[in-house]
Design a protein around this ligand. Sequence first.
Ligand SMILES: Nc1nc2c(ncn2[C@@H]2O[C@H](COP(=O)(O)OP(=O)(O)OP(=O)(O)O)[C@@H](O)[C@H]2O)c(=O)[nH]1
Ligand SMILES: [Mg+2]
Length: 455
Amino acid sequence: MLEDTIAAIATPLGEGGLAVIRVSGANAFIVTDKAFVPRGKSSLKTSEAPTHTLQYGHIVADERVIDEVLVARVCAPRTFTREHTAEITCHGGVLAAKMVLDAVLASGARMAEPGEFTKRAFLNGRIDLAQAEAVADLIAARTELAAAAANEQLAGKLSQRINEVRDQMMITLAHIEAHIDFPDEDIAPDTQAALVQRLRHASAFMEELLRTANEGQVLRRGIRAAIVGRPNAGKSSLLNQLLGHDRAIVSHIPGTTRDTIEETANIRGIPVVFIDTAGLREGTNEIEIEGIKRSRTSLERAELILHVLDNSEPLTDSDTTYLGEFSNKKRILVRNKVDLPARLDLPALDAPVVEVSCATRAGLESLKDTIKSLVWSGEISSDMLQVMINSRHQDALRRAREATENTIEAFQSGQTLEIPAMELRIATNAIGEVVGKTTTEDLLDAIFSQFCIGK
Ligand SMILES: Nc1nc2c(ncn2[C@@H]2O[C@H](COP(=O)(O)OP(=O)(O)OP(=O)(O)O)[C@@H](O)[C@H]2O)c(=O)[nH]1
Ligand SMILES: [Mg+2]
């Protein structure tokens, strides 16, 4: 598969000033030559141009000029894929880019699969698996913080630490295996103590990384926060204030919101998907009943609940019911309308209470702080950003840690050396999965198919 030359549009589909068609593979320049006619005195064919230069000319198909373009020639190995790469910059617009791509495909390139450029970068050893995943994270990042974390991973900070520990574990394994091969020599007690010490160190390191899993997930996926409460409490007003624009209809008529409305906001660097819902009550008509059903579904799927209460009205029986109902969820009680005379008597509950006014914007910043502190354990130190693991890493590290603990135990209970050796082999394989030292074709497919085409 690495033999053929692949091509794809690397820029988003849609209208834009420019679009880029990327061509990568051993024949990238031969393929491009067939579609590209240099123009002007100093322009050269792609195959004849010096590396890292731009050539001006036309893309031609069936002797017809399709577009006026600039072609970059970038020779292996100093490219993203480590293969010869031509990048054709043409006019933006879905049709122009598509016609240039078609011309390149007709000249002998194959349409790239999603993530195939990045996959080649991995297979050719330019980046490891954790870094490849960071490319996808970077594209998907919705906040600067998420992008910063992805950049650190792309730069290899996580990989570096993983590799250091894995190396230590491999040395230990080699040591044990040497003793299996020469059974006459026992491992000296102080050597064994040193080996155990090294494994303890590795295990503690994995434990530390595993602690970033939650934050890693939060940054990558964002969290879902449902805004619920009885009709007219000010849920839609709160959504609008948190988003900073008038997304949902607000009115004094109870039951305004029927359908659920979802939109992402950047809350202190964390992508939060806010879901405005229909006010909870015994529905009076078919549409409202359906709306309330949807509110309930959103509620179940949400990781956080913002329960909005009207500070200017006394608590009703249904409020009390809902307060009890949501008590098993991570939640914030939002006392809205504090600009009006207070008539709400809220019982003491085990949840943070924040007073806000959507009319004056009072309390909104402190609500954002509360949201952040609930979903983020501790401070977002720049140190943590370097190593925000994802769920695949989490799974691999859990297995690696467990096998490391088993190794220590087997050692200490004086089992024959085959047992700790076997456990330690499992552990090194598992930790190697993070950076792709141990992989399967299925795993690679699963990872790279999540990419967009052209990346
Ligand atoms: N004085 C005051 N009025 C508010 C405040 N927040 C919302 N309101 C008013 O309360 C009414 C209801 O607001 P909405 O945001 O539509 O309430 P909701 O909870 O989405 O209502 P439903 O969609 O019907 O369930 C509107 O007239 C808002 O202008 C506030 O902080 N202070
Ligand atoms: Mg509403």
